[in-house]
Ligand binder design. Sequence first.
Ligand SMILES: Cc1cc2nc3c(=O)[nH]c(=O)nc-3n(C[C@H](O)[C@H](O)[C@H](O)COP(=O)(O)O)c2cc1C
Length: 371
Amino acid sequence: MAGTATQGAELYRKTGTAPLAGPLVASPIVIGGRTLPTRFFLAPLAGYTHLAFRLVLRGIGGLGLATTDLVLASMLWSERRKSLDLVETCPDDRPLSVQIFSGETGHLVKAAIWLQEHGYESIDINMGCPMAKVNSSGGGARLMCNVEGAVSMVSRVIDAVKLPVTVKMRLGWDASMITAPELAVALEDIGVAAVTVHGRTRSQGFHGTVDREGIRQTVAAVRSMPIIANGDVRTTDDAFSMMRETGCAAVAIGRGAMLDPWIFRRIQGRANGETDVYEPTADEQIAFLSDHFSLMARQYDDFACLMFRKFAAWYGSRLGIPEDLEDRLRRFESFAEFDEIVRQIRLRHGERMCSVPTALVKTPNGPVEHW
Ligand SMILES: Cc1cc2nc3c(=O)[nH]c(=O)nc-3n(C[C@H](O)[C@H](O)[C@H](O)COP(=O)(O)O)c2cc1C
């Protein structure tokens, strides 16, 4: 193994500062027998982390692992169109993990076998989803309330397939039920390859600050299973301080990658000792926008126009898109209209200051109905 969570904690305890080119931070990591080129991963964002987004991010560089949107296990093995779209992939879309969820062990097992038979390389089980309809059927974050039940479920999946199985969880259900350390230890014992911890409880939804101490305690509890820390990482500094403060083996970034698609490139550059912060040119920013849309259109045809609109708010100021054109991107209806908007962005790119927005755009409403 190229490095473990415990080694990570050790390194940061010794140095005490954010390593700029620490050997561990810059080194690849092995999870479930796969060597991942970097320790900075894309966290799943339902509705966003489709093939097109994963591919444009990979094109920029620095991304160690991407995970699909969560897919309902029973919809996957029964091969529903929407679920097949979510797991659509291609050779350039590696390394990839597919995230499945269910409250039914049998459904998870069938989905895992389906993934293995269809050539996927890794399975992630969701134990963090806060949505009421997922939790009421026993899936998502609800699994964290019953450690024994959750472990037996995952163990059945591990027994059914040869693929590495990972789990993504929160700290627990609420402040009175922090089960992440206990659950992570039990999952390590049954052979889970890695655990991602979003440093909030289910009842926090997406509010409040991420509890890095809670993640650190999970890292400290396990023997050597990599813990991937997650939550509110928006900048290179955030990524390094997350590693330093928690001792995690890797960091997963969700919304930060939407706000700044170059984040992985920057982090990896700094991990490798680059002193200049990587800043994309205007051409690169515009190419990113066009490429993302073209890839989406390749998969979804005309429907891509509708699907792409929600990216406009995230991309606007980062890609230097003038506000009126950002507004048009939220409403465009055809390929020709998209091309015209891009033509105008090219002419007027310098007008709006390019910035990485610090405010969160379009966060889900809370723990109950939406992500
Ligand atoms: C719109 C949206 C969709 C999400 N979808 C998923 C999902 O499908 N599976 C999952 O495990 N977590 C999902 N999450 C949670 C994120 O993966 C991540 O844990 C959370 O956003 C905190 O990390 P971040 O601050 O880097 O975004 C979602 C979050 C958001 C905002």
